[in-house]
Structure formats: structure tokens, C-alpha cells
Write a protein that binds this ligand. Sequence first.
Ligand SMILES: Nc1ncc2cc(-c3cccc4ccccc34)c(N3CC[C@@H](N)C3)nc2n1
Ligand SMILES: [Ca+2]
Length: 463
Amino acid sequence: MFDKVLVANRGEIAVRVMRACEELGIGTVAVYSDADKHAGHVRYADEAYNVGPARAADSYLDQEAIIDAAKQADADAIHPGYGFLAENADFAERVQETDGVTWVGPESESMEALGEKTKARKIMQSADVPIVPGTTDPVDDPEEVVEFGEENGFPVAIKAEGGGGGRGMKIVHDPEEAEEQLESAKREGEAYFSNDSVYLERYLENPRHIEVQIIADHHGNVRHLGERDCSLQRRHQKVIEEGPSPALNDALREKIGDAARRGVRESDYYNAGTVEFLVEEDTDREQGELLGEEANFYFLEVNTRIQVEHCVTEEITDIDIVKWQLRVAMDEEITFEQDDVEIEGHAMEFRINAENAADDFAPATGGSLDTYDPPGGIGVRLDDALRQGDDLVTDYDSMIAKLITYGGDREECIERGKRALKDFDIEGIPTVIPFHRLMLTDEKFVTGTHTTKYLDEHLDRTR
Ligand SMILES: Nc1ncc2cc(-c3cccc4ccccc34)c(N3CC[C@@H](N)C3)nc2n1
Ligand SMILES: [Ca+2]
């Protein structure tokens, strides 16, 4: 049993993890940069350690400083949250090698293996999980791109081996573009991920982005907790996530969930993770019509961390994923069977970013929460680390809170979303709340027939 856990993160996810610790009777340790001296996660923790100046590289990404804080606090474990060092295999390894401090996450080896996209694709293939048609080895020669395109059809996606989250992906629409796009994909791979290896996939024109939540323990138990539909994206940033997907019927849902479980079991993975898929949309699908088990779905990548949108799954399964992360890290067995996992109702997560949607979502450059009056009531969950009067910290990402609404079905969930967003009163900084209110009246979104490209193609219309 852990006595104390250090959360190597900030903002809403740091408080979220600390709340799980509180419920398990575990002490909480916060780390903070100079910019976060008065931040909510510092207020919430039992104790807090400064790890450096505002720049993330000198604080939240400073592995030495964070491990030193864990030693000073005599913490038994480090939970990385998401972002920062959450998927840094070297850091996971360093924590694992630090006596008396446990890493709350997967083995650094499986993080490494699944982080290398071609290796992950090979593992999935051997587990009979369909992968996007493409190569499972890196390519170097533009000729290979042209041949692949001629055989499988253009456009072709060139992806960085160490990429993910939309960064490091180039699209080749015809043979003439092959050489230039290959070079730029390799350059970007080197620049962003210090890895210039790239591989090919057929580019799917209208996919839905479906991801399956997994929790696995050290005793061979692997469970999936259903899917989340993250198809409403803007420039590769998720905007609204929901579960269950409004596009899948139960047969396809089960098929995808089982595929995710098989893939994770094959990878000797444990703790929480998410298997991402692309599901080919049937573009003339009418409202009410669902994609069935004959629909094509393909493995995309594994996220070896807790995700921003994990709350959606918690609301529809009533399973606390972060508490299970902590229990698994304490070597406990998962106590529920796959058949015990029941999806009930519908949940949506609205990311509350301090951005001005009317100004192309430009992040706020400063300001204070002169008014911060969040919604409450039935079916409303707010994950944040803020209170009225706080100064906005603009040194990190722009997400300041997550509003999650729950209803008996998608319609009630949307009604609750409208009511909660109407009640959510923030003054002193710009936020995307007006944009979310608008989205809940958008016909494509309300009928659940939007795909991942919808916003990028139609955003001016919804402004
Ligand atoms: N072969 C193939 N075809 C279509 C794809 C579509 C996406 C994608 C996924 C989610 C949102 C998108 C928005 C605009 C463009 C692409 C996407 C995609 N992503 C985007 C982020 C990263 N997770 C991988 N990979 C794709 N790969
Ligand atoms: Ca990803």
C-alpha cells in the first residue's frame, strides 16, 4: 500500500489524481514551477515542492528535479498524469530504478515497444488486430511510396515512427509529391521525435476516431472499458469526446473492444492504456443508422498513459480508472470480469480552453478569473484546479478545465451539456464555452454523423 504519491503534473489532471489518492487513503505530493506557486493543485496537495522556473523543460520535464522531490518527500510512487513525462520511457525507467519509488504506469519496455509505431503494428498483426493497410517497416525511398500508392491507391499517409497525435503525418496525393513529402516527414520526425524513420499507410478519407480504454494488471487480467468517440477534432486537437460512440452498433462495438484486448494482451502491457482505431465512415449513413460489424476498422496506435478524456469512460462505466491505476501499481488484482463492465447512459467531455474561438482559437495571453462560477446539478462533473480570482497561467497548454455531462441517453446528455454550458460563467479571460454551446446545435454533431475532418472543413460556418 502506498503511503504517499507524488503527482508529476499540474492543473486538472494533478487534482484528479490527488482525489483518487485521497479516496484510497494515500497522501499527496505536488510539484510546481515558479509560475504555479499559487496554483490549485498546490493548494490541494498535502505537501508541495518547487521543481524549477516556469519553462517546462526546467521544471515539469526536469526528471532529476522530480525524482529529487520524490526522495525529499519520501514518496512511494510517482503518477505522471498525461503530457509532460507521461510517455517518456527513459523517465519511467529511471523511476523504476529509483529504490522505493514505483512508476504508476506501464513498464518502460512496453512503452518503448508500443511507442514505436511499426513495432506496435507488428504486435497488433500477430494478435489478429486489423491495422491500416501499409508497411510495418520504415521506408527510405520515394519509389517505395509511389509503388505503394499505385498498389493501394492514393492518397498515402507518411507517418513518423515516433509520432502520434497527428504530428508527423504527411499526405501524398499523387506520385509527383512523393519525394518532397517523404523528405519533409523524415525531417519533421527528426526534429520532433529525434527519429527520422517513417512508414506508410493508405490514407483513409473519412474516418471516425474511436479509442478503447484498457486497464490491465500484473496478474494477466486485461479488461476493456468500452470505447470513446473522438471524431470531433480541430487541427488534430480533440474538442468534444463522447462515449459510447453514436455511430457503432453493439456488434461492431464488441468486435473493436475484443480487438483492443487481444492487442494489449499480446504486448504484455499493464496499467491503463488506450488503443486508438480508425473506423471507416459510411458517408451516406442516415441519422439513426449505425455502422455494423461489416464496417472496416483499423488499429492506429496505443497511448501508454491516462488520457484527458478518461472521464467519459468513468461516467458511463462507473469505474474509477485512476484508482485502478494506483491499485495495479500496488500489485493488486483487477476484481471485475469483462462481463461485469456495463456501459450505461451517455457522457460527453467539453474541453474548456482559455482560447478565443472568434480569433481562430488564439490562446489567451493573460488575465484573471474575475468571475469563475461553474455549473453543478444532476449529470454534471467538473474536473479543474481553479477558483475565482486565480491568475491565468499561460506558460503551458490552454486547457483550464473539463466539463463532463452524463445523461440516460445521448439526447439527455446534450440537453445537460447545453444547460451546464449556459450556467458556466467565466469572466476575465476568453474561453471556448460559446463555441461548445454552438456545437450542441450543429446538425451534423447532434445527429452524430460528423467525421474527423468535419470541423477543419466547416469551422467558419460554425463560428
Ligand atoms: N492512414 C490514416 N488515414 C487517416 C488518418 C486520419 C487521422 C486523423 C485522426 C483524427 C483526426 C484527424 C483530423 C484530421 C486528419 C486526420 C485525422 C490520423 N491520425 C491523426 C492523429 C493520429 N492519431 C493519426 N491518422 C490517419 N491515418
Ligand atoms: Ca495518440
